[in-house]
Write a new protein. Structure first.
Length: 208
């Protein structure tokens, strides 16, 4: 009887230790596997019609080993960019993001509404634009979709908008670093000076 009691007690202790260790381990693994930035994007208070067909992509290292992490989220909106962009801007402001007035925002001219934001050690690019639509076929020929085509939309139902959110670490964002100046006083001497007169004209050949 004593041996049985000891065996039962040992089993209960082993099960208790296993459960107490498994639960924290489960939550720790889940926290590490789920990027907290995407969690904060999930908490943005935007209408349901402004965040459909959400797709997340991530690249780089969270600890900036070689390349820092880049988080990208694309979503579809049932309404126009003029209605969708203000909803995202309002949600970002409510979540603590600050508008970031910086050059190269965007890097190149882009259709739609493009704004940049900063919060703590992160930067965010918000791009709301019309959807990419497949043109109708001409003379029975198959339609050639535009490139790139993030989300094909039927030509007869080309409405709504596309939303892109790109989040980077501020230390990995070139726009946070000092930009090169074009001040002539800082460029130094001209490495290729232009001579208007021949400097050898005044030299008198010496007799050999």
């Amino acid at each position: 009887m004593r041996e049985r009691r000891r065996l039962r007690l040992g089993v209960l202790v082993a099960v208790s230790v296993l459960l107490l260790g498994a639960v924290p381990t489960f939550f720790a693994v889940r926290a590490l596997s789920r990027d907290p930035v995407f969690g904060s994007l999930d908490e943005l208070e935007v209408p349901a019609w402004a965040a459909t067909e959400t797709v997340d992509n991530v690249s780089g290292s969270r600890w900036c080993l070689q390349d820092c992490r880049l988080r990208e989220r694309t979503a579809s909106s049932d309404r126009s960019p003029e209605e969708t962009a203000p909803e995202y801007e309002r949600a970002l402001s409510a979540a603590g993001w600050q508008p970031w007035q910086v050059t190269r925002c965007p890097e190149q001219p882009a259709p739609g509404q493009y704004t940049c934001w900063r919060r703590d050690e992160l930067t965010l690019d918000l791009w709301v634009r019309p959807p990419a639509c497949v043109p109708p076929p001409i003379d029975g020929q198959p339609a050639v979709p535009p490139s790139p085509l993030p989300s094909p939309t039927a030509a007869g139902d080309c409405t709504g908008s596309l939303v892109s959110l790109k989040v980077r670490n501020a230390i990995d964002d070139d726009r946070t670093r000092p930009q090169p100046s074009t001040d002539p006083s800082l460029t130094g001497e001209d490495p290729f000076p232009t001579f208007t007169d021949d400097p050898l004209d005044d030299l008198t050949p010496s007799p050999s």
